[in-house]
Design a binder for this molecule. Sequence first.
Ligand code: SAH
Length: 339
Amino acid sequence: MTLEEVEHMIAVVGERPYRARQILHWLYARGAESFDEMRDLPSTLRQYLKQNFKLGSEALSFVSRSTDGTRKILIRLADGEEIESVIIPTQDRVTLCMSSQVGCALACEFCATARMGLHRNLAAAEMLSQIYSARRELAAGEELTNFVFMGMGEPLANYPRLIRTLTIMTSEWGMNISPRRITVSTVGLVPMMEQLLSEIPVNLAVSLHATTNQLRDRLAPINKRYPLEVLLDACANLPMKRRARITFEYVMLAGVNDSIADARRLVKLLAPMRAKVNLIFYNPLDDSPLETSPRAAVEAFQAILRNGNLTATIRESRGLDIAAACGQLYAEQHSPAAI
Ligand code: SAH
């Protein structure tokens, strides 16, 4: 719930207004797991809350641990659907990769989640549950520092609930996380991109993957609705803070989008805006004919981008051994016996 909603509820039961912030502090700052813990509330109010509200996050069903420190959390939702989130520790940060939908409707050719189709949107509470579940998995002294909506689903296709989630994450009465530590990744739902940045100044990552409409139509079919020129024109004109940059994700597919000509076209396409490019090794899916570009090809591609004055980084794959790497999240209903 948001501050406004809790304030309204408090007014209805005739409690003092400041109780609303007290309750939210217990929920979002302290991570209380029961109303009984909220000792500074009058017992009548605690009783009322217990009888009328549900507190707590979804049951965490299974954790896989990679040899590189990455951990994948499988969360079982109340209706039996399952989602995955990934904790990714690196030298100076611990990133949580969050899901926004069960499955996805956008049908990108190279993505495992796409093969599930869309089962349903996640509620804000379910998105936030991933943070609570992840926090329970952290080692002593470990703390989540960054949050990326790069798990299952297309966050901008679940827009109202995404905004609700981000509001609770970033508000001072909520989790009080700086929007600069949050990245929303999208395949390019143009109208929602513009709206998002006008509402909450998070970082935006756009999954580009191709430099021609012909290829992008195939890899990311949403391109037929928002073709490259429309997408990039919108990117160049987004309401962004000075010095903020859009990240463009580019999955490197051998012989498909990794040529020198592709790199040169990418430089031209991104020249009009403040951009950085994140090159991603393709993580192969079981029965897919696609292959990842060899490291030398990725580095040659990166060099051309850099010569063209673009910032270009290579995303090192994490959690490959536990199918937690980019594009590998696929949670089918597991039978209870299997987990
Ligand atoms: N729907 C959003 C966020 C989820 S995907 C989006 O499309 O951006 C997060 C990133 O993983 C995207 O850049 C996506 O293109 C990439 N990805 C998907 N499948 C992949 C795969 N098999 N290997 C590497 N990256 C992949």
